[in-house]
Ligand binder design. Structure first.
Ligand code: PEP
Ligand code: MN
Length: 337
């Protein structure tokens, strides 16, 4: 449930309600807006009497929260969350572009890509060091060596860097090198991994599972936030449907749906959603028009030589062109880019 305080409620009224919640062994989460304070309750609410709370001083109303995710819920936290990654603020004011290769293949490949995407306007460098491949015989990533190259790229370009982590061991290594952890689609419901990522306190980019509902996705975010880490950014990357013309089907409706249900920022990855280079730019523009807070786009110095996801990777020129084309869309959406 959430308890909405009256505009004239004072600090003592709020403290009293928090005390009533905590003495029953539940947790209170405060969201102090410009007009009113909202107190979210997490725990077994059968121990609390809503009618007693309703008559307490300063209380306006009690609203039940029927969704199982609470901390990720917009009802708990009506203001949009802004997640800072390095110098970039991911949220309603900006269009954040994350770009880079699917997999880190060598220092030269990564540095060349970092320089090119930065020059085109990207804010955050992406690159996979631990690759969750469908086949065990496909390139699995450079692991810690790849993370070291990411750190070098960050030092050289000043860009923040994001890397996928696929295990607790990968998290242990990644925290030494990266600014943001990525949880991939295949691990969206790896709850132990979500908890470990939450505990690091680093911003987490949480991709939507291959066949996950929005409800399951927000519950996955809840696992991270429940560790005290509100720095979660959601990423729609396409879902499985009967359609085979694209690698996945981009669920663009996820953008307004997430906006209605959660305060967390949401970005869109048209590269993995389509699997086809030619479809990346139109869907990137559509995502901005739909209200996405950012984009994740794969780029490669020479896509035909890429060790993974070459067919969906943009060349540097194509990425530069896309960024130029995106500027009026960002301006229309009221975002700085
Ligand atoms: C990736 O971003 O490199 C990736 C593997 O994406 P996803 O988890 O969305 O498939
Ligand atoms: Mn990829």
């Amino acid at each position: 449930m959430i308890i909405v305080m009256k505009p004239q409620a004072d600090k003592r009224d709020v403290e009293h309600i928090v005390h009533m919640i905590e003495e029953k062994g539940l947790t209170a989460h405060l969201s102090e807006g410009s007009e009113v304070t909202i107190i979210g309750v997490v725990g077994d609410k059968s121990r609390l009497s809503a009618s007693n709370l309703e008559i307490a001083s300063g209380v306006d109303k009690i609203i039940p929260v029927t969704e199982s995710y609470k901390l990720a819920n917009r009802k708990f936290h009506p203001e949009p969350t802004i997640v800072s990654v390095g110098a970039t603020e991911i949220g309603p004011n900006n269009l954040t572009i994350m770009s880079g290769p699917c997999a880190i293949e060598s220092e030269e490949q990564l540095l060349a890509t970092a320089r090119a995407v930065k020059a085109a306007g990207a804010n955050i460098l992406r690159g996979g060091a631990y690759k969750p491949r469908t086949s065990p015989y496909s390139f699995q990533g450079l692991e810690e060596e790849g993370l070291r190259y990411m750190k070098t790229a960050r030092e050289e370009t000043g860009m923040a860097v994001v890397c996928e982590v696929t295990s607790a061991k990968a998290i242990e290594a990644a925290v030494k090198y990266v600014d943001m952890l990525q949880i991939g689609a295949r691990n969206m419901q790896n709850f132990e991994l979500l908890k470990e990522a939450g505990k690091t306190g680093l911003p987490v980019l949480l991709k939507r599972g291959l066949s996950s509902t929005i409800d399951e996705w927000l519950n996955a975010a809840e696992y991270i936030i429940a560790e005290g880490n509100y720095n979660v950014v959601l990423c729609e990357r396409g879902i499985r449907t009967y359609e085979t013309a694209t690698r996945n089907t981009l669920d663009l409706s996820a953008v307004p749906v997430i906006r209605a249900k959660s305060h967390l920022p949401i970005i869109v990855d048209p590269s993995h959603a389509t699997g086809v280079r030619a479809y990346v730019a139109p869907l990137a523009k559509a995502a901005v028009a739909a209200g996405a807070d950012g984009l994740m786009i794969e780029t490669h110095p020479c896509p035909e030589r890429a060790l993974s996801d070459g067919p969906q990777s943009l060349t540097f020129d194509q990425f530069q062109e896309l960024c130029t084309e995106l500027r009026p869309y960002a301006a229309l959406a009221g975002r700085t880019f």
